[in-house]
Ligand binder design. Sequence first.
Ligand code: ATP
Length: 348
Amino acid sequence: MAVVETRKLTKVFKRGHLGAVNNVDLESREGEFLVLLGPSGSGKTTLLRMIAGLEEPTSGDILIGGKVVNDLTPRERRIAMVFQSYALYPHLSVYNNIVFPLKAQGVDKEGQRKQAEWATSLLGIQHLFERKPRELSGGERQRVALARAIVREPSVFLLDEPLSNLDAKLRASAREELEQFQKRLGTTTIYVTHDQVEAMAMGDRVVVMSQGVVRQIGTPTEVYDEPADTFVATFLGSPPMNIIPAEGVIAGFRPEHFLPPGVAERMGAHVSYDFHITHSEYLGAERILYGAIQGGPFDQHRVISRIPATHDADLADGSVHTFAVADRDLKFFDPQTEKRTTVRRLPS
Ligand code: ATP
């Protein structure tokens, strides 16, 4: 187990251009599952590749287990990496794919077998040893790639969108499996994804990135409930947080906190708005209501509400109802910097 740290880590691919990664300060905890989350092009892969030793930093340091590793090769860093494409050797059996890194290191046959058994016992794929990669399902291939990555007992595990080739249903089960596997293994893991559900579900902490910059690092609850800026507030959550630029401040509240008549009375201090519902989506467990606020400081601003489908009020398209947000669920952002502000001023 080791801690990964980056200090002012920067990568500029083209001189004079904006960096793909800019001054990133990061510190994982021992055994932690740390997720790098951000939209396409936000620098996640570049950051991971620098930690792995596959990309040279323009400036800054990478530390593993407290030691600067900038000048060490990937192998010397004792990291293992799994990519989106599992890159298994098609002509080798599952067993030979798994022990390949050990063979390359000159580990004897007995040692190879022991390590392969240990690695696969965590993944339940020993019955597949004799098969070729083409005879495996996507989920099985993914497990073989994981086994091959851990067989050398790396001190750090780096994963770049390893589940993105799986279909939606398999993804959900593979997600849980991978999470359990990491907990049993106890190896510090850094995981790249652009999928916020994956990040929230799997991460001990989430690093939210955009344009090569870290916007916020926190537990899933922290980044969701206490977003540091409007980018984090809207990147996490589906539908995203309602963001309303008003006089002197930007207000924000999540769709699930914009509640229909009958609920407001029970929620303590709150503010109310007339909500003109234009259309709605029924999603089985919940209903998403789209529309605009009528009157007051937020007049005509489009907002979204998300309510349990069991809510029995008549909320027809075209109707207007008084919806409410509890004071504690209203967030405020500075209009210049778009960062969270403690100034709790609601325009009236
Ligand atoms: P994705 O989710 O699409 O993989 P990402 O967040 O991992 O995105 P990166 O792949 O790290 O983003 O890319 C960050 C930025 O650096 C992008 O603007 C990309 O075009 C640029 N970039 C990445 N690799 C190179 C390269 N080898 N040469 C030049 N520019 C690059």
